[in-house]
Design a binder for this molecule. Structure first.
Ligand code: G3P
Ligand code: CA
Length: 268
């Protein structure tokens, strides 16, 4: 297939390693962001939830079942919801073996551990507040931790985007800390875009849900910081989809395979 041309002299889209470089290392672990850094990528994405005793942890599903050995360690506690386990219990779990034997012993990181590794790797973070309806007050808690870790300082704010599928959660983040860049996960109707632009700097839709016309329309709307809304789309894992998304004019590509996307961008 012939790569689609980029519109005008638009800059190359940002490549964001989804759950870290999750095609090559267990998702949402320190190993996955180390892998992204080793491949030469700066932006990583993660998912944040909360334990029974109120600690913030990085994991995608609301259950520990798929990405840890919880069913073996705690066989009587199905369906193994993150919110029903303490941080100490989760720290005992192996979050790597399900992916590959070579990652045995990899842990579910706390958000504090994760932020320190992002800092150490000089990475930038697209932080997703996952299932916020399960965790009342998680927005305040995340912002407090980010503040404590220095991520709300001037030098760090441009390395952070907070995103969610929940408009309520994102509005809360924007109201509490207007300086934080925010992204709404979804594909709002054109008629509703101005409303979302009250609290979201980015609109982050699935690549299957958009077109060049939609992206153009989003770009014409001004966000809460007086700049045009941007679009980071997901999940783009092959060359053809990369070229398609580039043709749509998106600003960012969220991918499990950042190296594949980078190669496709270089070929376009
Ligand atoms: O960053 C976009 C993407 O992460 C949203 O979907 O289910 O992978 O969190 P999901
Ligand atoms: Ca996510």
């Amino acid at each position: 297939p012939v790569p689609a041309a980029r519109a005008g002299d638009a800059p190359e889209p940002t490549v964001i390693a989804h759950r870290g470089a999750s095609a090559y290392a267990p998702e949402n672990t320190l190993a996955a962001i180390d892998k992204a850094a080793a491949l030469g990528f700066t932006w990583v994405e993660n998912d944040v939830q909360r334990t029974k005793d109120g600690r913030l942890v990085v994991i995608h599903d609301d259950s520990l079942r798929r990405t840890t050995d919880v069913a073996r360690v705690f066989p009587g506690r199905a369906p193994w919801k993150v919110k029903d386990f303490t941080a100490a219990e989760i720290a005992r779990l192996d979050a790597g073996s399900w992916f590959s034997r070579s990652y045995r012993g990899t842990r579910v990181p706390t958000l504090a551990q994760y932020m320190r590794r992002v800092e150490h790797n000089h990475e930038k973070l697209l932080l997703e507040i996952k299932n916020p309806e399960l965790y009342p007050g998680i927005e305040q808690q995340i912002l407090k931790l980010l503040g404590n870790e220095g991520w709300l300082d001037r030098g760090h704010l441009d390395r952070l985007v907070v995103q969610s599928f929940s408009a309520d959660s994102l509005r809360t983040v924007h109201d509490l800390r207007p300086a934080v860049t925010t992204g709404y996960l979804g594909t709002p109707s054109v008629a509703s875009l101005r409303r979302y632009a009250g609290f979201a700097d980015l609109i982050n839709p699935s690549v299957e849900s958009i077109s060049a016309g939609y992206v153009h329309t989003v770009h014409a709307v001004v966000g809460p910081h007086g700049r045009p809304l941007r679009v980071f789309t997901w999940t783009v894992n092959d060359a053809v989809t990369t070229w398609k998304a580039v043709g749509y004019g998106v600003d960012g590509l969220i991918t499990n395979r950042p190296d594949v996307v980078r190669a496709a961008l270089r070929a376009s």
